[in-house]
Design a protein. Structure first.
Length: 304
């Protein structure tokens, strides 16, 4: 098991570094012979209605108040996972790039802050193909951001975003997501391979289907002996409502009912199997532990 002492020894706890005049949250932990880093791609700026409009407002208000989260607007952080093994340098998700939101797309500065160049990345593995996870595969000139990398994505996710009918079926609010995903996936098509649920994509790294946020959303269990961390993508999308009321459907999920079912099962698994979590939109670098609390759960950042 990864202890809190181990986390502190290897990271100096929660480290804030400055790059290009902006602050980036960095955390890391040793997992056997591999080093796992959480690096920041910045944050998003989203309307509260995207998450909260369909929820029971009288029950919602105290949950948001306790988490110090606004009902009107949210600014979730974006935490990428970098996994350095003796044989590979693996990035889980590629961030937003410069074309999505001005508050995001800071991945390259965060890599620079820990001494890793984009040329060093050997593999990019996607949890899913939403803009804040995929669009950073191309630079400002539409060239590959990671010139030496190969790419991996769920076959289900690939099939969905490369289907020309998706842009018409996804809904007007997400049509640009479909157009942007198709263009970027086409650009890396020659260097991409596919996996399915349960596959060991690297030694000690298992793909786990966590569908609902998108049709092929996948999380990854990184394990060394009895120590494990789940790279959860957006399967657990925040540290407030998703934990306090995991059964509530979220407007951020493309299939809200399936997303809720997946979320509840995943939270149960994290607690029962004593697995740490690195969540893409969770606070303080997103690395910590899930605990049961009342009728729901809570996220303990830095507790491993």
């Amino acid at each position: 098991m990864i202890s809190r002492r181990t986390l502190l020894q290897h990271t100096g706890a929660f480290v804030a570094t400055c790059a290009a005049g902006r602050a980036f949250a960095q955390t890391q932990v040793q997992l056997g012979a591999a080093t796992l880093h959480s690096i920041s791609d910045g944050s998003l700026s989203l309307p509260g209605d995207m998450f909260f409009a369909a929820l029971p407002q009288d029950e919602l208000a105290p949950i948001l108040q306790a988490a110090n989260v606004s009902r009107d607007a949210v600014s979730p952080p974006c935490n990428l996972t970098l996994y350095q093994t003796p044989d590979a340098t693996i990035l889980f998700d590629a961030g937003s790039g410069s074309g999505f939101m001005p508050s995001a797309g800071m991945m390259q500065d965060s890599l620079d802050a820990i001494g890793v160049a984009v040329d060093d990345i050997t593999h990019v593995v996607f949890t899913h193909a939403h803009p804040d996870h995929l669009w950073g595969v191309l630079d400002d000139f539409d060239d590959p951001m990671f010139p030496n990398a190969s790419y991996m994505i769920s076959q289900v996710e690939w099939d969905y975003w490369t289907n020309p009918e998706t842009v018409d079926s996804i809904g007007a609010d997400r049509a640009s997501f479909a157009v942007g995903a198709a263009r970027r996936l086409e650009a890396i098509a020659d260097t991409i391979t596919f996996f399915k649920d349960g596959d060991e994509v690297f030694s000690g790294v298992q793909a786990i289907a966590t569908h609902g946020h998108t049709p092929g959303h996948t999380s990854f269990e990184l394990r060394s002996g009895t120590s494990a961390v789940l790279v959860g993508g957006d399967a657990i999308g925040n540290h407030h409502v998703a934990l306090a009321r995991p059964a509530w459907a979220s407007g951020s999920d493309q299939n809200p009912e399936l997303g809720a079912s997946t979320r509840q099962a995943l939270l149960d698994r994290l607690v029962a199997d004593d697995i740490a979590l690195l969540g893409f939109h969770l606070p303080q670098g997103g690395l910590g532990r899930i605990e049961r609390q009342d009728s729901g759960y809570r996220f303990i950042a830095g507790e491993m």
